[in-house]
Design a protein around this ligand. Structure first.
Ligand SMILES: [Zn+2]
Ligand SMILES: [Zn+2]
Length: 157
């Protein structure tokens, strides 16, 4: 059985059908009832509003939404950004536009940090192998080409 950390009490438990451990299940159900009855009276609320007005933890509200237990929230879509709880741009992405942009720029920053030392390593590698044939399993020219492809790809974007 897969072990998971209970999001409510942070204890390890064997994950079956529930998102939380057996000890926390009654509390989770209570929160679910609270949120459900709130949304029955006040549909089309955002995660933030639901959490604030019911006193239920925002993470718990997000959990119920991602479980598909709560559907009648804003726009009736029930797809929310996993980072900030704003309406998400698509079901598969689960990110809002602002967080998607942020994530993309974070990825680019990480890539450039990784690419620069690699480029240096390849140059040194080529110099080291200039007098002797490169080992067949790790061709530095090949690595250089791949690197250029990555850089070109980034320029195109
Ligand atoms: Zn628990
Ligand atoms: Zn977001």
């Amino acid at each position: 059985m897969p072990m998971a950390r209970c999001p409510r009490c942070s204890k390890l438990f064997s994950k079956t059908h529930a998102q939380v451990c057996a000890r926390c299940e009654p509390a989770e159900e209570e929160d679910y009832e609270t949120v459900r009855s709130y949304l029955a009276k006040h549909p089309n609320k955002t995660t933030e509003q639901v959490a604030k007005n019911t006193g239920v933890d925002k993470q718990c509200v997000l959990r119920l939404v991602s479980d598909g237990r709560i559907k009648n929230m804003a726009a009736g879509e029930g797809v929310w950004c996993g980072r900030c709880g704003a309406p998400a741009i698509s079901t598969s992405k689960r990110l809002c536009e602002a967080c998607l942009k942020k994530l993309n720029s974070e990825l680019l920053a990480q890539q450039s940090q990784v690419t620069l030392p690699n480029k240096e390593a390849v140059r040194l590698d080529q110099r080291a192998h200039s007098s002797s044939p490169p080992p067949s399993n790790d061709n530095p020219a090949d690595t250089g080409r791949r690197l250029r492809e990555v850089i070109d790809d980034k320029r195109r974007r």
